[in-house]
Design a protein around this ligand. Structure first.
Ligand SMILES: Cc1cc2nc3c(=O)[nH]c(=O)nc-3n(C[C@H](O)[C@H](O)[C@H](O)COP(=O)(O)OP(=O)(O)OC[C@H]3O[C@@H](n4cnc5c(N)ncnc54)[C@H](O)[C@@H]3O)c2cc1C
Length: 558
């Protein structure tokens, strides 16, 4: 494969400028702008076909929509209602591929779909819908839908409202950590020789003879500027795609419409949900309630948005909508605003359809090719990222072939495990977890902590365990538990975490699912990052203020 050794760089938060400098020194085959799941998928696909690839992300990787979703790799059952047969079939099949390649970032989860008097679906409707869904999505036998009577439904989830309950459909979805999925895809791309940097903004596009030939990129942490040249440039900036199209003079025809969705998180002691449930909100929309790591999270909303796409906020109205939905379907819970621990808001980049409200706009992806050669990918879902990447890289390779480049191979990502996912197939994952959890307990971790880490890092767990084994003394010096110190070092040295917010929001997910842990350890983590990254006092205060802002955004409603 072309240039692997030359391109290979450690994916370290301390080596960001090496990645950017190398990108600027060489003419790349492909420059990807945007480090969400779409850009990460494109980088991996292109790299595995032999292209030299650079990716730039103006915030942290996945800091846009790709850390703010419902965190499900799902077939999109609700799109069946809108008769989007092709979309359901494609993303449904993709679920199985994502699970096979990344069993550590995807967990099968049985989902209850209650049938209630006056609800969206009748029992016969759900049964038929799920039957069609199973066939379209090619669902494996053991995961196909089951229908439950009211007694069995309540046995599975006793908190459901009993009045008017006619039973439930039961089907499988896959729970994920969206930001970590993005990272594992990108880490795999980088392990294979792609270059990538966060906090690197494509400020302007570069042109020669009317054709796009790269971008002027600013390192937003240092202010350094780089001119990066590439034979092809892809705009994978999600909610921001129209900004780049505007700079390119190609924002014509279809445009992007933003829709905001929020999620709220509460402790299991306030909402002791046993089972994931997909249920009717009072306005007829469907909402998820999902148990996870001792918490329950609920979402989402779907409202038109016009603010700053980088910092969407949860409003009191959003919160009350979700509380009303929960208390309507689970009346004994009586969830209140002060029981919400944290939450997040995200922006869906939808392709505008005149006259349609955001709730009815298709979630399909589309590629726009500009006269300058800029390739824009818009819309889509986390779940379908691999197929989206395939379509984009097919275009890129076709374009390169026309210019006499290549030949480049076909898409092979269907069988490429993600970083941490190479356990020899998903069937082997439980045995792998068992063995590694034992190793973790031998290192002094308790069983629960060991489970959490092994499931999060998959085959990369050895790199975390290695740091626990060798650096206990240093952890002590910062007053940090050895496992937290090891995870922090791994995040900085091998996952390009460059700020405390990167660590707490997108490397660990603790800001959403364990905010008390963030508050408890944020100061020693900052002290440790200051030393490891060599920050002066001013930088340190900026990083602290940045994390405090993230905490406020996750805990306050406007
Ligand atoms: C509330 C909600 C719930 C959802 N739930 C699900 C779900 O459960 N399952 C599912 O499959 N999908 C779900 N989705 C959809 C899914 O999250 C998105 O389709 C997906 O994350 C979009 O990824 P992306 O990479 O295209 O965009 P993003 O993740 O936003 O990435 C684009 C990136 O480009 C960067 N960028 C912008 N401009 C520049 C520039 N000039 N230079 C460099 N970088 C730039 C941004 O900082 C950003 O990080 C949900 C979406 C929302 C909002």
């Amino acid at each position: 494969m072309k240039g692997v050794d030359f391109l290979k760089q450690p994916f370290s938060g301390l080596r960001r400028s090496d990645h950017l400098r190398t990108m600027a020194e060489e003419k790349l085959d492909l420059l990807v702008i945007g480090g969400g799941i779409t850009g990460a998928g494109i980088a991996l696909d292109a790299r595995t076909r032999g292209l030299s690839v650079g990716l730039v992300e103006m915030q942290d990787f996945a800091a846009g929509t790709s850390s703010r979703s419902t965190k499900l790799v799902h077939g999109g059952l609700r799109y069946l209602k809108q008769l989007e047969i092709g979309l359901v079939a494609e993303v449904g099949k993709e679920r199985a591929i994502v699970y096979e390649n990344g069993p550590h970032v995807t967990t099968p989860e049985w989902m209850l779909l209650p049938v209630v008097e006056g609800g969206t679906f009748s029992k016969a409707g759900i049964s038929l819908g799920l039957f069609v869904y199973d066939r379209l999505a090619g669902v494996k036998k053991e995961e196909r839908r089951r229908m439950l009577n009211p007694t069995d439904t309540l046995e599975r989830e006793p908190l459901l409202r009993k009045e008017g309950l006619k039973g439930a459909g039961l089907y499988v979805e896959y729970r994920t950590d969206d930001a970590r999925l993005t990272l594992e895809v990108l880490k795999e791309a980088v392990e294979r020789g792609a270059l990538a940097s966060n906090y690197a903004k494509a400020e302007n596009l570069l042109y020669r003879d009317g054709k796009v030939i790269g971008a002027e990129v600013i390192d937003t942490l240092t202010g350094d500027s780089y001119r990066i040249h590439a034979k092809k440039v892809v705009n994978a900036t999600g909610p921001w795609v129209d900004f780049l199209r505007e700079k390119d003079g190609s924002k014509t025809g279809k445009t992007i419409q933003w829709s905001k969705g929020i999620h709220i998180v509460t402790d299991q002691k306030h909402f002791p949900l046993r089972h994931a449930v997909y249920f009717d909100a009072p306005d007829g929309r469907m909402v998820f309630a999902i148990p996870r790591d001792g918490k329950t999270y609920i979402g989402t909303t779907d409202t038109e948005y016009r603010g700053d796409p980088a910092r969407p906020r949860m409003s009191g109205e959003d919160r009350d909508y979700l509380l009303e939905a929960v208390n309507g379907m689970f009346p004994s819970v009586r969830l209140t605003a002060d029981q919400i621990e944290s939450g997040w808001a995200g922006i869906r980049p939808l392709i505008r359809e005149e006259g349609k409200p955001t709730t009815e706009i298709s979630r399909k992806d589309e590629i726009f090719l500009s006269e300058t050669g800029l390739i824009t990918i818009a819309g889509g879902k986390l779940t379908g990222y691999r197929k989206m990447a395939q379509r984009v890289v097919d275009r890129v390779c076709a374009g390169l072939a026309e210019e006499g480049e290549g030949p480049f191979g076909p898409c092979v990502t269907e069988r490429i495990p993600l970083s941490g996912g190479d356990v020899g197939g998903s069937d082997r994952f439980p045995a792998f977890v068992e063995e590694k959890v034992r190793e973790g307990t031998e290192l002094g971790l308790d069983e629960q902590e060991s489970q959490r880490l092994v499931r999060r890092y998959g085959t990369n767990i050895d790199k975390v365990f290695g740091r626990i084994a060798s650096q206990g003394k240093e952890a002590e010096a910062y007053g940090l538990p050895p496992s937290l110190y090891a995870v922090l070092l791994y995040a900085v040295e091998e996952e390009m975490a460059a700020t405390p917010a990167d660590f707490w929001v997108r490397r660990t997910g603790d800001l959403f699912f364990d905010i008390h842990r963030v508050k408890r350890w944020k100061d020693p983590v900052l002290d440790c990052m200051r030393d490891v990254c060599g920050w002066d006092e001013e930088t340190c205060s900026r990083r602290r203020a940045d994390l405090d802002l993230c905490i406020r955004e996750a805990t306050e409603f406007v």
